[in-house]
Design a protein around this ligand. Structure first.
Ligand SMILES: Cc1ncc(COP(=O)(O)O)c(C=O)c1O
Length: 414
C-alpha cells in the first residue's frame, strides 16, 4: 500500500490556497504546514473560549478540557504518560530549562558529552554548565562523512560522564543515529541521555517505552502543529530534576519544567495533529483495535516508504555530480536516513541557489541552520553554509522532479 497523496494534501489548506498552492515547499525542517484539524481547533479556541482555563465557569472549563485533550493525545502518540510530558514554547527553551533542572546533580569535574553534529539547542545549554566546573567533552563528526562514530563515543565516555546529549537525527546530515547503542553505553556508566528528536519526529513516531533515552525533545511546529516544544522525561529521570517553575507548582507536572507556563491556545490545537494522523489511518487502514500510538506508527510506515522514495530521487541526482558535496548517506532507507538533504555546490553560494530556486517557486533553505559547529567541523564556510532540502510526507514526486529540473538550470553541467 502507498500513501494516498491526494488525500494527504487535501487535509492541508496551504495546498489549496492561491498564495501557496504553486510552490514546491521543501523547508519543512524549518517548520511544516498544518492540517485543517489544527487550524480549526486553534480558531475554535480563540473564538469560543479564549479565557483563563480551568476556572469555575463553563467557557473556562471547556478551555481546560481542550488543553487536557492535547496533553493526553501527545502523550499517547509517543506512548508516554501525560505526567511525563511538558509542553513549552520551543525545544530550545525546554532544553535550556532541563539543563538548569539537572544542574544540582553535577559537581566540578563531572563530565557532559555533547556533539558537534547537533543543533545548538542541545549543545549551548549544556556547555553553559561549564561555568560551574563541569567539563565538556565533544563527540565530533568525521570530517569527511559528517557522521558520529560509536568508537569515538567509547573513547570519551567514562565513569565521570553524567550526561550524553545527542541528536537522534541531525538537521543537516539526516542520518538516524544509533540511539540504542548510545543509550547502552551511557547507561553502563550511569549517565543520562538527552535526545534531540526535532529532525526525527517529522519522519518517525517514536515509542518512549522502547527508545531507551531519559529525555526526549521535539518541536510541534515542525510536526504539523502549532509553535510549541514537547519535552518527555521518563518518570525515573524526572524525579532527578529540580522544578524550575513557581515553588507552589512544584508538584504539577505541566509547570515544573515550564516556567513560561502553558500557552493555552497553541496547546489546545495540538490534538488536531493526532486527529490528522487518525484521519490518515482511517483512510488507509479503516477501523482497527489499535491505540493512537499504534495507529500513527502504522501510518508512518507508509510515510517512511514515501519519504525514502522522494529522498532517493534527489540523492540519485546529487550524489555523482561534480562539484557537489552531499552531507550524510547517499541512499535513503526508512529508519536509517531522513529525507532532509543538505549539500554544498563548489561553484556558487548556497544562498544564491536558494534564491534562484525561489524564483521558480521552489522553497528550500540555505545557511547553517543553527548547526554552526557541524558546518565548521566539516571545513565549510559558515557564512555560506549548505542548501537544505527538507521533505516530509506531503511532498510529491512531481515536486521533487520540479526541484531537480530547477537545480539543473542553476548548477553547472558535469
Ligand atoms: C535538530 C533541531 N534541534 C532543535 C531545534 C530547536 O527547536 P526550536 O525551534 O523548537 O527551539 C531545531 C530547530 O530548527 C532543530 O532543527
Amino acid at each position: 500500500m502507498e500513501l494516498d497523496l491526494d488525500f494527504v494534501r487535501g487535509q492541508f489548506p496551504a495546498f489549496a490556497d492561491p498564495q501557496t498552492c504553486d510552490w514546491a515547499f521543501f523547508e519543512n525542517a524549518g517548520g511544516s504546514y498544518v492540517p485543517a484539524t489544527v487550524i480549526s481547533r486553534l480558531q475554535r479556541f480563540f473564538i469560543e473560549h479564549k479565557v483563563q482555563p480551568y476556572g469555575a465557569f463553563a467557557l473556562s472549563k471547556q478551555a481546560g478540557e481542550e488543553m487536557d485533550e492535547s496533553y493526553a493525545a501527545i502523550a499517547e502518540l509517543i506512548n508516554a504518560a501525560p505526567e511525563e510530558i511538558t509542553i513549552g514554547p520551543s525545544t530550545t527553551l525546554n532544553l535550556y530549562v532541563l539543563a538548569q533542572s539537572l544542574r544540582h546533580l553535577l559537581r566540578p569535574g563531572d563530565e557532559i558529552i555533547v556533539t558537534n553534529q547537533d543543533h545548538e539547542a542541545n549543545v549551548g545549554c549544556w556547555r553553559r554548565l561549564s561555568e560551574h566546573g563541569v567539563i565538556m567533552r565533544e563527540w565530533r563528526v568525521g570530517k569527511a562523512d559528517a557522521e558520529l562514530e560509536l568508537s569515538d563515543l567509547d573513547e570519551l565516555i567514562s565513569d565521570k560522564t553524567r550526561l550524553v546529549c545527542c541528536t537522534l537525527c541531525s538537521n543537516l546530515v539526516g542520518t538516524h543515529n544509533d540511539m540504542a547503542s548510545i543509550v547502552e553505553m551511557a547507561h553502563k556508566v550511569g549517565a543520562l541521555v538527552v535526545a534531540d528528536g526535532v529532525s526525527y519526529a517529522p519522519h518517525v513516531i517514536p515509542d518512549m517505552q522502547t527508545l531507551g533515552v531519559d529525555f526526549y525533545a521535539y518541536s510541534t511546529y515542525k510536526t504539523f502543529g502549532t509553535h510549541q516544544g514537547v519535552l518527555w522525561g521518563s518518570s525515573e529521570a524526572l524525579k532527578k530534576t529540580e522544578g524550575q517553575g513557581h515553588f507552589f507548582n512544584e508538584e504539577k507536572s505541566r509547570y515544573r519544567l515550564n516556567p513560561a507556563g502553558p500557552q493555552h491556545a497553541q496547546i489546545a490545537a495540538l490534538a488536531g495533529v493526532t486527529e490528522y494522523f487518525d484521519a490518515l489511518h482511517q483512510h488507509h487502514f479503516g477501523d482497527s483495535g489499535l491505540n493512537l500510538h499504534q495507529r500513527a506508527h502504522q501510518v508512518f510506515e507508509l510515510v517512511g516508504q514515501h519519504e525514502a522514495k522522494l529522498a532517493n530521487m534527489l540523492l540519485d541526482y546529487l550524489k555523482d555530480r561534480d562539484g557537489i558535496r552531499l552531507l550524510g548517506q547517499d541512499h535513503a532507507t526508512p529508519g536509517s536516513r531522513a529525507s532532509t538533504i543538505a549539500f554544498h555546490a563548489r561553484a556558487m553560494p548556497s544562498a544564491h541557489i536558494a534564491q534562484q530556486l525561489a524564483e521558480q517557486q521552489i522553497g528550500v533553505g540555505a545557511g547553517d541552520f543553527y548547526a554552526l559547529r557541524c558546518v565548521e567541523a566539516l571545513g565549510m564556510d559558515p557564512d555560506d553554509g549548505v542548501v537544505r532540502v527538507s521533505m516530509v510526507h506531503y511532498n510529491t514526486a512531481e515536486e521533487v522532479q520540479k526541484l531537480i529540473e530547477g537545480l539543473d538550470t542553476i548548477l553547472p553541467g558535469d
